[in-house]
Design a protein around this ligand. Sequence first.
Ligand SMILES: Nc1ncnc2c1ncn2[C@@H]1O[C@H](COP(=O)(O)OP(=O)(O)OP(=O)(O)O)[C@@H](O)[C@H]1O
Length: 596
Amino acid sequence: MKDLAYLNKFFYKYRWRLVPGIIFVIISNIFGVLPAQVVRIAFDLVTENISIYRLFNGFNRQELIYQIFGYSLLLFGATVLLLALLRGIFLFFMRQTIILMSRHIEYDLKNEIYQHYQDLSMSFYRRNNTGDLMNRATEDVSRVRMYVGPAIMYAINTVVLFILVIVFMVNVNLKLALYSILPLPILALTIYKVHNTINLRSERIQQQLSKLSGFVQETFSGVRVIKAYGREDEIRNKFAGESEEYKKTSLDLVQVQALFYPSMLLLIGLSTIITIYIGGIEVMNGTITSGNIAEFIVYVNQLMFPVMSLGWVTSLVQRAAASQKRINEFLNTSPEIVSAESSKLDVKGHIKFENVSFVYPDTGIKALDDISFEVKPGEFLAIIGRTGSGKSTIANLLLRMYDVTSGNIFVDGKPIKRLDIRQYRSQIGFVPQEVFLFSDTISNNIAFGRNKTDKEEVEQAAKEAAVYDNIIQFEHGFDTLVGERGITLSGGQKQRISIARALIKKPQILILDDCLSAVDTKTEEEILSRLGKNMSEKTSIIIAHRVSTIKNADKILVLEDGKIAEQGSHQQLMAKRGVYLNLYEKQLLEEQEPLG
Ligand SMILES: Nc1ncnc2c1ncn2[C@@H]1O[C@H](COP(=O)(O)OP(=O)(O)OP(=O)(O)O)[C@@H](O)[C@H]1O
């Protein structure tokens, strides 16, 4: 429950909705209880008037009495209607204040979580899966909303109505009051238990549904592999199995729900019978009137809803507390990478790694071991090495996705930790190994890193990435949608669009992480020669597998198991006749083999 205390700040923020909301609840309940008294008076009037009417049997006054009687009944009916109308109006206001407040809190909380997610570092995203992140920001927030809205509203409603009704009941007759509310605690407890079972089973359905949709999503994304391997039947059977499980859990839920209403009606009926029975005895004893029985029946029925909601509210609060706990877990996670506040930053592009070692915190893998190198503005650094040798890790550290385990990284002579991270990253153009394009137009994908871009800039960037000719061949050109809602691009096209996205930023430091692998050698040369012109004053770092890509680099780092095996220019490394030459000769052989 203490987890829910986090939400108190929102109650304070929206106090001018909450306080009037509570007042409206009280007023609406007063109008809800008063009709019972009107019913009692009307009932007593009926019994009295019937005897008077009979007394005047045979007199012409009887007709007059009949008329007066009719008018008074009409008046009572109209009063009940008016009270119901007033109650309705205040119920409307109650919802307009409290439920509206809950929607505002839901909005604030979602934004707060999303904002916090964005500040968290890469290791957080490695530790937690996307489904879980999404659930906490959506599903859990919805549950919390049920607490700040409906649960609070019905809880106040229940308390107010209870106090009012019990006071009225006890005023009439204490004994009858005690008897008629006797089954209510059993009703509250039953509803609480049943609700818990319903929630438990609903959750199981929800889990099974997520499993089912996850399965369907994966099989549709991997439909090519399924078809190519002829596994349609197996997949269909697996789907049928999962669906069967879903059906079973759904049927379980229906079973409890089917029991819910009949058992509730039974308990309500029981209360009414007790009221009539005990009330009848009291009427015979002359302690109450028959109108009081009618009044009590209205009270008992009025109490049903709050009693039912008591069980419901309790389970809502419990679920909200569990959800808020999960939300707090993430909100209390502080970002591992903390940006330094600094004045305006103009990156020149001088990078220095000094004895840098790095161990991935989540796996404990030592990816870099005592790495030292330097790149000056205007230089072209290439990193080459076998898969898993630590090349992408250098890019990760340079972008400060992680902090080094030991050693130092300097940018323009300053430790990287002392830079304002946002300003620094805004001056880096990074093309990751795994291309990611948003489900948006090609133009918006290219312009992603800039606040404002014009058409010419986008086109220019596309030309520099040698993808312009491909794009204009599409029916909608730069407005072509890519991804799920649009066309599927080839691997090479995707890579080049993501290069254009980095180039449009006119970065001071450009990092290309093995992003020319799906591009043919001719296009690769075209891209590299344009880069050479554009990046003449700036720093370029290219991670590659092919020696041909990096031959013209000012400096080449050859990585082996996280260590620098060799470094120097192509000529220097060839002359060394070591790892680099070995790699070069192997690749040359591979290229010639198909010909030979
Ligand atoms: N996010 C991560 N969390 C934990 N370990 C990682 C992570 N990324 C990489 N590693 C590990 O660190 C080592 C170096 O990986 P890295 O991605 O830097 O290699 P690479 O040289 O870029 O390989 P490739 O050429 O295949 O892209 C590998 O052993 C890898 O398993």
